[in-house]
Design a protein around this ligand. Sequence first.
Ligand SMILES: CC(C)(COP(=O)(O)OP(=O)(O)OC[C@H]1O[C@@H](n2cnc3c(N)ncnc32)[C@H](O)[C@@H]1OP(=O)(O)O)[C@@H](O)C(=O)NCCC(=O)NCCS
Length: 296
Amino acid sequence: MRAGLAEVNLGHQLLRRSLDHAQPRLTVPVPTASPDELAAAADDNLVVHASWATAQLPGARVALAPDLVMVDSGLSCDTFNLVCRARLSPEAASGRIRDALTFFAASGHAFSWWLGPGSTPTDLPGRLTEAGLQATETEEAMVLSLAELTPDPRVPEGLEVRQIASLDDLNRFAALSAANWSPPDSLVVRYYQLTASLLLTPEAPQRLYLGLLDRQPVATAEVTFSGDTAGLYNISTAPASRHRGIGTAMTHLALRHARQAGCRHAVLQAAGSAASPYARLGFRSFGSITEFKPGG
Ligand SMILES: CC(C)(COP(=O)(O)OP(=O)(O)OC[C@H]1O[C@@H](n2cnc3c(N)ncnc32)[C@H](O)[C@@H]1OP(=O)(O)O)[C@@H](O)C(=O)NCCC(=O)NCCS
């Protein structure tokens, strides 16, 4: 994979650094992986997902430090602006939380702080609340050893799934993703317009998929690759087409491709009721992920 170059703002230093630094440092044998190893692999994958294309946008700011990652896409959209991979010491935590708030105050952009199973210190949730952030959503962190992927599920009649390789399909993907908000979030569409030339290159660490039912676009999926980890994101089916097995079929195809590409395990964040179809594919929970946002 080609490394993207990002302006990386670490405290007072402005460095140019390869995003290869965002790649995982661990090779995780899943059946024996410790919770910390799984959390590290999942966090590193999230960093690639959130920063690879974004860091190359004009106006974006990405701060990749070993103890904290901050990504501001340049758009005021907390789908793309986030803080994650916190590995803060109790002594440094308050100062680094202030750094993050200052980072986003500089642009005034909306953001989310993703607190996962590996986030430290253990009292980070309380510290974020004290700093004025509010927990808004909690999801399951799930992992699957790709050697244990279940046999192919039944593919719903009329479903065609294709890996996105054209601007037209990327626009369809963006429109479906934006429609996960009500009203549809135009900044989601804008983000994919801005990143299209990056995401459509073979060097991108992300593969996007479009599902068409009777030739109409109805579903999306994304796989982000980091080392031997495949991270699933943007799994969605349009409301009118749900409960027919489309989400399961899209996810299974993406997982098969990840296994063919040499990945050994897959991770995802399961929102609410989505955990049950993933569990049926063999995923198991290894903790929870909570999203914090500025309050008020
Ligand atoms: C989560 C989501 C992608 C699922 O998509 P979907 O196409 O409905 O997925 P499936 O049809 O494969 O599975 C959904 C349910 O329908 C059931 N189902 C599948 N085929 C079915 C059929 N022919 N008849 C009846 N039910 C069926 C599944 O068993 C599953 O049931 P469960 O939730 O009780 O386990 C979709 O609800 C969605 O887009 N939600 C909003 C975005 C989101 O939350 N994404 C997930 C982020 S992790």
